[in-house]
Design a protein around this ligand. Structure first.
Ligand SMILES: NC(=O)c1ccc[n+]([C@@H]2O[C@H](COP(=O)([O-])OP(=O)(O)OC[C@H]3O[C@@H](n4cnc5c(N)ncnc54)[C@H](OP(=O)(O)O)[C@@H]3O)[C@@H](O)[C@H]2O)c1
Length: 245
């Protein structure tokens, strides 16, 4: 796909990895719908940064664990330019919760924001892309879906669902739309991680370093440009998943 002048919705793009993904798409010539939940000020500052690159951007706020808000986000994103070519599902709820403490609420947060939110967006935007003759949906998953962490079971299960959803949507929206998933390894640690925790994670990695959000953006760029890959789960994880940890 030629990305110049295309319209992309990037969820969770006010901060961290999502911000870098949005900046990459803007650099490639896309106009960006910047979704945020609580980080409105950061999203507005990103809008200004993208305007400085000569692309247009719109900030939209939604709690993706709320079905109505997710559906409204899809409608508003589509209405902005009358068309939407790329959907990047990067927003996620990365909650740590011990097994005995998991209640309905933890499942609702994780499945709502990380799995159902992407589904409601794709359910609305995928058919519009099909009608338009082309489109890309890229889901930012996690390598932990295959070997879930006991401390984050709802999160890992939601990401397993997202990988499965990727394959289902790839079938549903073929041949016009390609749907793929990226599985980052550690690229940006949770802000509360100590240096020792960071080092311990890096030690479990074949390449002995953390990745960078730019390396996730490289994979995103590949999936946006490539028209012959669909239903793929691509780990970008320094080889962590082949070590099985
Ligand atoms: N960072 C890593 O090393 C890493 C590793 C593996 C996978 N990933 C995946 O890569 C993606 C980006 O990672 P990240 O570290 O940048 O993520 P993050 O900082 O944990 O979260 C990204 C954004 O998700 C939004 N969000 C959370 N709950 C939401 C909700 N209920 N509704 C709407 N938005 C919500 C937040 O937006 P607001 O700030 O606006 O509230 C947050 O800024 C995620 O899908 C993550 O699972 C990241």
């Amino acid at each position: 796909m030629d990305l110049s002048g295309k319209v992309a919705l990037i969820t969770g793009s006010a901060r961290r990895v999502g911000r870098v993904l949005a900046l990459r798409l803007a650099d490639l010539g896309c106009h960006c719908v910047l979704h945020c939940h609580t980080s409105r000020a950061e999203a507005e500052s990103l809008r200004t940064a993208i305007a400085g690159k000569g692309q247009e951007a719109l900030v939209l706020q939604a709690d993706l664990s709320d079905e109505e808000q997710a559906r409204l986000l899809a409608d508003q994103a589509l209405a902005w330019k009358g068309n939407l070519h790329i959907l990047v599902n990067s927003a996620a709820n990365f909650q740590r919760v011990s097994l005995p403490s998991i209640e309905r609420e933890q499942w609702d947060f994780a499945l709502g924001a990380n799995l159902l939110g992407p589904f409601w967006l794709a359910q609305r935007l995928g058919p519009a892309m099909v009608q338009n003759g082309a489109g890309k949906i890229i889901n930012i998953a996690d390598i932990s879906w295959q070997a879930p962490w006991v401390s984050r079971i709802p999160y890992c299960v939601s990401k397993a669902g997202l990988v499965s959803l990727t394959a289902g949507l790839a079938k549903a929206f073929a041949p016009q739309v390609q749907v793929n998933a990226i599985g980052p390894g550690p690229v940006l640690f949770p802000e509360e991680y100590t240096e020792a925790q960071r080092q311990a994670v890096i030690e479990r990695n074949l390449l002995k370093r953390a990745g960078t959000p730019e390396e996730i953006a490289d994979a995103l760029e590949f999936f946006c440009r490539c028209d012959f890959a669909t239903g793929v789960f691509l780990p970008v994880d320094g080889g962590q998943s082949i070590l099985g940890i």
